[in-house]
Design a protein around this ligand. Sequence first.
Ligand SMILES: Cc1cc2nc3c(=O)[nH]c(=O)nc-3n(C[C@H](O)[C@H](O)[C@H](O)COP(=O)(O)OP(=O)(O)OC[C@H]3O[C@@H](n4cnc5c(N)ncnc54)[C@H](O)[C@@H]3O)c2cc1C
Length: 469
Amino acid sequence: MAEDLTSRRALVLGAGMAGSTTAAALTPFFDRVTLVERDHITGSATDRRPGLPQAAHAHLLLGSGARWIDTLLPGTTAALVAAGAHRLSMPAQVHTLSPHGWLPPIPEAQFLLSATRSLIDSVVRERLRTDGKIELRAGTEVVGLIGDATRVRGARLRDRTTGAVREEPATLVVDATGATSAVTAWLAELGTTPVPTTVVDAGVGYATRALRLPDAWRQFGAIYLQADPAGTGRGGVLLPVEDDRWLLSLSGVRGQNPPTDEPGFDAFTAGLRHPVLAEALAQAIPLGPIRGFRKLANRWRHFERRGFGPDGLVVLGDATRSFNPAYGHGMSVAAQSATVVRTVLTRDASAPDLAARLQRAVARCAADAWAFASGQDARYLTEAPPGPGLRLQRWYMDRLGRAAVHRTAVTRTLLKSYTLDAPAGRLLAPRVLGQVLTVTTGPPPPSPFPPEVLPQRLPPGSATERTAP
Ligand SMILES: Cc1cc2nc3c(=O)[nH]c(=O)nc-3n(C[C@H](O)[C@H](O)[C@H](O)COP(=O)(O)OP(=O)(O)OC[C@H]3O[C@@H](n4cnc5c(N)ncnc54)[C@H](O)[C@@H]3O)c2cc1C
């Protein structure tokens, strides 16, 4: 691909987080960027899009992710907050029960934005519209690629209203069609070698319900009960979102998936590691059905390896690497990948093997998120006993987790790495190592939710007492 990309055309497939931010990243280098989306998009922030079934579930945007989006689409964070997203300091306003205890409420080490996924996407899309070079073609399904095994030259697109299929040529094609991307099938049609894939599947499942809570719950910000691999592997998160709503998302591993019927959902919540979420649920008015999501494996398709993926094509976002969402990394990694695309193109947009360079850069920036999510999920797998290297790694991570509960300097470092604000390598820095190796376990930090601080239940018959949906 040693061509000058100036005056050329980029085709970005899928207008989710990866596709939207990458479209923004590409505009300085192309005359026209076409963003193709299967769903019809009305522009409303309350849309339920079939192509984004995960949008019903809690979607926190890490501060690092927000900053990466702002780099490409300036003003997005401010626009999100203006539209009702909650900006929460971590850990002070995100009360987190780790496997080792509650994280201390130190001042902001990081922040996150809490809003529905639909709001996040609609604000990002709105800002894309201000870029005259980007054309959003909604209601258009990608049905294949054009080119051959060595070079992709465009895509076949089907208009979902008329059914007409046409070929759309492009200098660069970016596949960002998400976790269900058919890119491997499209590539097989062109005769490429199947791409190797790594899967770490703990059989994670989600269930989520939107709620209204009494106003007194707002003082707490978000509440996150992490799963404990040494226990049941069940977790839950309660996030405030726009319009005075909350999302309660529950997660469980194989055989422990949260049910989507009301008694089962309530019982699962009651069985979590701390009763605070069950109390919230007992005081809540449900705002709709419980929605489930299964098959949340960590999956990495290795397009970055030499010999896989023809020139002219870059695959990013969930289409190349998806994670157990309990770690909240997916959207941020998608946005980070887009900034990396911008950086690589800025260095040399006409480099030979540009697509391969882009693919390798994208793979590097997702490495830490992959290590956190797949490393933690691998603890639920029992097929093979861990070797000495892995045992040492787990021993260290356990001690690190314990130190993060008892030593605030470690809390800060762990949170920064965990939220992708600092490289995971920092967790092995001598300063951290010293704290981790010398930590002694005193009494665990107290729960921020003793019964006396919880809002009182309202008497039966009062206006906001829980009612059936
Ligand atoms: C239950 C759940 C909870 C999650 N929670 C979080 C969280 O808290 N924080 C976080 O950061 N991440 C979270 N994630 C992960 C996050 O949703 C993804 O990582 C992120 O959306 C990836 O962006 P993407 O653009 O790659 O894919 P998506 O955002 O899924 O977008 C793919 C787009 O491609 C379109 N498309 C698909 N096929 C075609 C086609 N053939 N033609 C045209 N268009 C097509 C789809 O309609 C969609 O718009 C969660 C995921 C799940 C499943």
